[in-house]
Write a new protein. Structure first.
Length: 314
């Protein structure tokens, strides 16, 4: 069972938690530059930074030349200053100066499970802005139930390894694949299919999850997620809760069990009754009554599933 993190395990409503300004940099200026660029993005992390800045009375500036590099970061021009926001690797590749001084602070935030982004202005680092997403109340119980069903649970996320491991440890994830770009999720599913065969399901809610949901043997979309994810999935959960995945699996197993029971009953009845009828030893009217009784027994057995399914859920 492959799980996306944001919006699936977590609520998908990150909040800004910490701001770490580089030496000689005013924290308000750092937030102003970060919020201005992120205001042009629709990503949940961007929304968290903008809302956090506005809560401190900082309104974003107008931005030009906005560009997004997918899961790695964003850039743009605000107040004639070239601003770059993203992970350490992105800023390092861009030749940003002063990164080394913030490396320890960045590691500390990530170990606490924060998603931290670095902000640079004109190739000089301004500081770090960290956000945290709250884990859904039912996620721990749902993943525990998945283990009880014999599932190997994998989390695939674009977050850094430290932050992803912190979340995984809290909810009981078996395997973590961090730093996966949106286009890399399909490759991650294919690799798991090569390892486990055609027994890979995925749960996701975002636009970036749609290709991976399609690639998985069973794609499960969170009902509150993006329309394209719902369209690509095989199963849609009306409630945005992971417990719905467990319930769907329990219902599927109960349904399959009833199908087998009904087929065995109907087949056994016909194997016995047809030869007797063919030999002329069974009155047609008795055959009609017996066939009706057989059909009613199959229907009755199917209806019993509702009671047994509810009992299993308890």
């Amino acid at each position: 069972m492959v799980l996306d993190k944001t919006g699936t395990i977590t609520k998908g409503e990150p909040k800004m938690t910490e701001v770490v300004a580089a030496t000689g940099v005013d924290e308000a200026h750092l937030l102003l530059m970060a919020a201005s660029i992120e205001n042009a993005s629709e990503h949940p992390i961007a929304r968290a930074i903008v809302d956090g800045a506005r809560a401190q009375g900082i309104d974003p500036l107008e931005v030009t030349e906005f560009q997004s590099t997918g899961a790695r970061g964003v850039s743009g021009v605000a107040d004639n200053r070239k601003v770059l926001i993203g992970n350490y690797r992105l800023l390092d590749e861009a030749g940003v100066e002063g990164l080394e001084a913030l490396k320890e602070a960045l590691a500390g935030l990530e170990e606490k499970g924060r998603t931290a982004v670095l902000v640079a202005e004109n190739h000089q680092v301004l500081g770090i802005v960290a956000v945290a997403d709250t884990i859904k109340e039912e996620s721990v119980a749902a993943i525990k139930a998945m283990h009880a069903l014999g599932l190997h649970v994998v989390m695939v996320t674009g977050d850094n390894q430290r932050a992803a491991q912190a979340v995984a440890a809290e909810v009981g994830i078996d395997e973590v694949q961090a730093g996966v770009l949106p286009e890399g999720k399909v490759d991650a599913i294919r690799a798991l299919q090569e390892k486990y065969g055609n027994h890979v399901a995925m749960v996701g809610d975002g636009i970036n999850d749609a290709p991976a949901l399609k690639q998985a043997n069973v794609g499960i979309a969170i009902g509150a997620g993006a329309d394209v994810a719902i369209e690509a999935a095989d199963v849609t959960l009306v409630r945005g809760e992971l417990t719905g995945v467990v319930e769907a699996m329990q219902l599927s197993r109960a349904t399959f069990s009833k199908i087998v029971q009904n087929l065995l009953w109907a087949s056994g009845y016909n194997i016995i009754a047809i030869p007797i009828a063919a030999a002329g030893l069974l009155h047609p009217m008795i055959g009609v009554i017996a066939m009706t009784a057989s059909s009613l027994s199959v229907i009755g057995n199917s209806l019993l599933m509702k009671r047994s399914y509810r009992k299993n859920l308890r």
